[in-house]
Design a protein around this ligand. Structure first.
Ligand SMILES: CC(C)(COP(=O)(O)OP(=O)(O)OC[C@H]1O[C@@H](n2cnc3c(N)ncnc32)[C@H](O)[C@@H]1OP(=O)(O)O)[C@@H](O)C(=O)NCCC(=O)NCCS
Length: 196
């Protein structure tokens, strides 16, 4: 029988109190080496201060241990990811179309489920809950440009590829930037575009 889990929203204080557990989940989910975790932790700490920050943690009902987490926030000019993606979208589609995706956007920053708890609906539920009732018009994210479970999940929630084979400054593998109009359709397929 599958162990029961519970999903809960965290405020900034609650997120920071559990940040070490989120870094562990990140490492396990992404297969990241211990040397990569301090910089990831620093990025998460910085993101907590972003406007519209919303975080969810999933815990195992019996042990109370964190098994998954996600967070997002309002994307704004001056944020590194926002500005890099704006430039990438503008180069591909023109500035007006790029702004249409990014001028009222929820950035979905992290979505991670511990490998022991994957493929039982937790990731889908977290993204649906994270995006539900948000004031933003669109949601954007980046993920490895590869046929991963993450890519399949986002597609099935209505995210479309906006950029593929995209290289962020500073190195790293090719990424896909994916976007959807909010609210998410929640079903399978059916990519959506933002209304102008
Ligand atoms: C991507 C991730 C968050 C999905 O969470 P999850 O709880 O495992 O996914 P769910 O059980 O909610 O499944 C949602 C969809 O993901 C896809 N998926 C999940 N597991 C999969 C697998 N093993 N193989 C292929 N697709 C898979 C499917 O499309 C699935 O929908 P379906 O069940 O209707 O086919 C999780 O697998 C994970 O943490 N992966 C490693 C870290 C990562 O890549 N994070 C995202 C970074 S952008």
């Amino acid at each position: 029988m599958q162990e029961a889990v519970a999903i809960a929203e965290l405020d900034r204080t609650g997120f920071l109190a559990a940040i070490d557990q989120f870094v562990v989940i990140y490492g396990a989910a992404m297969g990241a080496g211990a040397d990569e975790l301090p910089s990831r932790r620093a990025i998460m700490e910085r993101h907590v201060g972003s406007p519209g920050f919303r975080a969810l943690a999933v815990t195992a009902a019996t042990s109370g241990r964190v098994v998954a987490f996600t967070y997002g926030f309002r994307g704004l000019p001056g944020q590194w990811w926002h500005d890099v993606v704006l430039a990438g979208l503008a180069a591909e589609y023109g500035l007006s179309a790029a702004r249409n995706w990014l001028d009222n956007v929820l950035e979905v920053a992290e979505v991670h489920v511990h490998p022991h708890y994957q493929a039982r609906g937790i990731g889908r539920q977290m993204v649906l809950t994270l995006t539900a009732g948000r004031p933003e018009r669109t949601a954007l994210l980046s993920t490895r440009d590869a046929p991963t479970p993450a890519r399949r999940l986002y597609r099935s929630l209505g995210f479309a590829d906006l950029l593929t084979d995209f290289l962020f400054p500073g190195g790293g593998p090719p990424y896909a930037v994916m976007g959807a109009a909010l609210p998410l359709a929640g079903g399978h397929g059916g990519a959506s575009s933002p209304e102008a």
